[in-house]
Ligand binder design. Structure first.
Ligand code: CP
Length: 341
């Protein structure tokens, strides 16, 4: 029997494997129904809310002929314990050790979304829910966004950029931090940075001082960039970053050194005037008529102006649609069905 393929971060796969997923997503793009995964059951476990991920995963599974069971946290699902060797006399009613093994008896793949608690970075950086499911489930596990990574989103982003570019020469890609009324997780920006550098894009990350992404992730990005003879630029000079950009990817994330103290972080943003970190027409004017990207959901008037997100250069709906096609490819990969259909 082949070893199970778990996907935590997209760069668990090689560059060639990611390129194959992008090709496969195009092959299955027109699909409305097939029976490639007939007889297979996919269990989606949403321990955090979602609009796109839930619907696009359900539709991806249905289009490939699989059955889908979705569990959503709330009144009908209790809290899971994630730590090992503890006395379970708190709120959690079931340990992940049991939950993951039980669900492995009912389905052939488990996909999990679990946002960070944002109380302790050291704790969230361990990505305990996703790592626990990968360790204990006997079936493949797919990450639908954990504390650290969102591989389904970054695959859709790569598909979107490739399609937008067509036969044009690839240029500068800018990922910009943006203001937001909350301190958000880092999963999307880490995953986009890893995916863009792994695929050899010329990536610039711009953020205000103190908004550094995790050092271990940046080191991995630098290694990917070097493997592609490419550079990774990180700057707090937004104007320089946007100059001549071909793609602008907007995303907010919280400070790692303010973890667990959102009030302090938000007060500091106000004091430093970080509201100006919005993608609007004036900053986009310095780009090379760049495409605008965001994973959604987005705060209009905070992250991006209406004029930019509603412009013909906005790719946000392409990104959202490509979630569906990318995830069909990811499911086929994990079921080891690529090239067998
Ligand atoms: N981009 C994304 O993952 O969207 P949802 O949070 O709605 O699933």
């Amino acid at each position: 029997m082949n070893e199970k393929i778990d996907i935590h971060s997209l760069d668990d796969l090689s560059k060639a494997e990611v390129e194959e997923l992008i090709e496969v997503s195009e092959k299955y793009r027109p699909l409305s129904k097939s029976d490639i995964l007939k007889g297979k059951a996919i269990i989606l476990l949403f321990l955090s809310p979602s609009l796109r991920t839930r619907v696009s995963m359900e539709r991806a599974a249905q289009q490939l002929g699989a059955d889908v069971v979705t569990l959503q946290s709330g009144a009908s699902l209790w809290q899971f314990e994630v730590d090992e060797g503890i006395v379970m006399n708190g709120a959690a009613a079931e340990h992940m050790k049991e939950a993951s093994r039980v669900l492995s008896r009912y389905g052939h793949l488990i996909a999990v979304r679990a946002f960070p608690n944002r109380e302790s970075w050291e704790d969230d950086a361990q990505d305990k829910v996703h790592n626990g499911f990968m360790k204990w489930a006997s079936v493949p596990v797919l990450n639908l966004e954990s504390s650290l990574y969102h591989p389904c989103q970054s695959l859709a982003d790569l598909i979107t950029m490739k399609r937008a570019l067509g036969s044009k020469k690839p240029g500068k890609v800018v990922m910009t931090w943006c203001n937001h009324p909350k301190a958000l997780p880092v999963a999307v920006p880490t995953s986009f940075a890893l995916a863009a550098s792994q695929m050899g894009w010329d990536l610039t990350i711009t953020h205000p001082e103190h908004y550094d992404l995790p050092a271990e992730i940046i080191e991995r990005c630098q290694k990917h960039a070097a493997a592609n003879n490419q550079k990774l630029t990180i700057t707090s000079n937004r104007e320089d970053a946007f100059a001549d950009a071909q793609f602008v990817y907007a995303k907010s994330w919280g400070r790692l050194d303010c973890y667990g103290d959102t009030e302090r972080e938000l007060a500091d943003r106000k004091a430093r005037g970080l509201e100006k970190w919005i993608v609007d027409e004036s900053i986009m004017a310095s780009t090379d008529n760049a495409w605008f990207m965001h994973c959604l959901p987005v705060r209009r008037g905070v992250i991006v102006s209406d004029g930019v997100i509603d412009s013909p250069q906005s790719l946000v709906f392409e990104q959202a649609e490509n979630r569906l096609h990318g995830q069909k490819a990811l499911l086929l990969k994990q079921f080891q069905k690529l090239g067998n259909d």
